[in-house]
Design a protein around this ligand. Structure first.
Ligand SMILES: Cc1cc2nc3c(=O)[nH]c(=O)nc-3n(C[C@H](O)[C@H](O)[C@H](O)COP(=O)(O)OP(=O)(O)OC[C@H]3O[C@@H](n4cnc5c(N)ncnc54)[C@H](O)[C@@H]3O)c2cc1C
Length: 387
């Protein structure tokens, strides 16, 4: 087979890249060793939450991505269940309030609509929150989407536009000659191409090794509890300040005295259209171990009832684990590999891959085509690790 470009990985990032490449008129191929969206992109929440993004390029890209999400169902011809109910970051302690003051200050300067609110307004927005939670930050800009519907819709539309989707096919090698990509080798065939885009999530380093490059991405495990379906009770996307503190600075865990804090446990909560609560979350470096740990689930359960006491009366019916692709410096890699002409990376989105997928796909397609990108991508470049 021949392809204008080969995308490795059929998670949300690879499917977004394939969609934008095909939409630009190229005939790419997408290679996925399992099925579409069967790894991290289906073991996660679907927050399009701008408040949790690091101010700077991550936040600016997330805002642009959110604008794309507004029209994506229509563009793809498939309902990806995008909504924008607004989001709340709950604040339990003075220490967390001080962290949030710095975050909110920088977010406001970047154009975010965010405001501190007290318990009375918080309870009017979200009646089930505990009276003991003194404050929160509210933004009407936060939304959510179905990650799996989005991933599959991007792949489906990419295929309609001429992308060859090869599932059940594992990439085993990349042929590079005279510093240029020549072919991608799978366990089924060899695909001649001059362009390869590594969207393999936590496995991006394995693909990097095939080209002799070291990509500093590793799994950061997360647990989610799923409740029985109940009547609509939650109106917003919910996280807490600890979620933001841990996400932005993993070293904060070493200083923590609260045992659940040391385990990386914080609050994330949404209610699905079916009525199930998805309650998380934890952030841990545990290699590729995807077993659910009872102590973590218990910690998440106990921690969430500090904010929502009524959860004590709701049954949990299952749990799952996902592996966030965490890049050494906490931001993704999006861009070309200067040492290997024709090689690109779009990976390492950690807990932001769903929110950033559309803008990542569009940006990497623009890079492949040699077009100008919306943002200066220098701080996300792979070359930052070569310095
Ligand atoms: C608990 C949890 C909650 C989260 N919540 C959110 C959230 O609310 N909002 C948000 O924006 N993000 C969230 N995330 C993060 C988000 O899920 C990830 O950033 C995103 O799914 C990563 O997508 P990806 O395409 O890079 O990786 P993946 O979905 O893992 O896709 C990579 C694909 O590459 C394939 N692959 C690997 N090696 C090969 C090979 N050799 N050949 C062929 N194929 C290969 C794999 O099979 C896999 O399908 C969450 C993550 C977790 C774990």
């Amino acid at each position: 087979m021949k392809a204008d470009a080969v995308v490795i990985g059929g998670g949300i990032i690879g499917c977004a890249a394939a969609y934008y490449l095909a939409r630009s008129g190229l005939r790419p191929a997408l290679i996925e060793r399992r099925g579409i969206g069967e790894e991290t992109s289906c073991a996660c929440d679907g927050f399009i939450m701008l408040q949790t993004k690091k101010p700077g390029l991550p936040l600016r890209m997330a805002m642009s991505s959110a604008r794309i999400y507004e029209r994506l169902s229509q563009e793809l011809g498939y309902d990806i269940q995008y909504r924008r109910p607004g989001g709340l970051v709950l604040i339990e302690t003075q220490e967390m309030k001080e962290i949030m003051e710095g975050v909110v200050d920088r977010q406001t300067k970047e154009g975010m609509d965010v405001e501190f609110i007290g318990n009375a307004k918080l309870k009017s927005l979200e009646p089930l929150v505990s009276e003991k939670i003194p404050a929160a930050v509210y933004s009407p800009m936060d939304g959510d989407v179905s990650p799996i519907y989005t991933t599959r819709a991007l792949a489906k539309r990419a295929a309609e536009l001429g992308c060859e989707i090869c599932t059940g096919s594992a990439v085993t090698g990349i042929r590079v000659q005279d510093g240029e990509v020549r072919a991608v080798v799978t366990d089924k065939e060899t695909i001649e191409t001059g362009t390869v885009i590594n969207c393999a999530g936590v496995w991006a380093p394995e693909i990097g090794e095939m080209m002799g490059i070291h990509i500093p991405i590793r799994p950061r495990r997360g647990h989610i509890l799923v409740s029985e379906a109940v009547a609509p009770a939650l109106r917003h996307e919910i996280t807490d300040a600890r979620y933001i503190a841990i996400k932005h600075d993993p070293s904060i865990l070493e200083k923590a005295t609260d045992p659940t804090f040391r385990q990386g446990i914080s609050l994330s909560m949404e209610q699905t259209e079916n009525g199930n609560f998805l309650i998380g979350s934890a952030r841990e470096f545990a290699g590729f171990d995807t077993d659910c740990r009872f102590d973590i689930l218990k910690g998440i359960s106990e921690y969430s009832t500090r904010f929502f006491p009524a959860l004590r009366n709701v049954n949990m019916i299952r749990s799952f684990v996902g592996m966030r692709p965490y890049c050494e410096d906490g931001v993704p890699i999006i861009g070309p590999v200067s040492r290997v002409h024709g090689a690109f990376i779009a990976a390492g989105h950690e807990g932001d891959g769903i929110a950033l997928a559309p803008i990542t796909g569009r940006t990497v397609a623009e890079m492949v085509l040699g077009r100008e990108t919306e943002f200066d991508m220098t701080s996300f470049s792979f070359d930052r690790f070569l310095k």
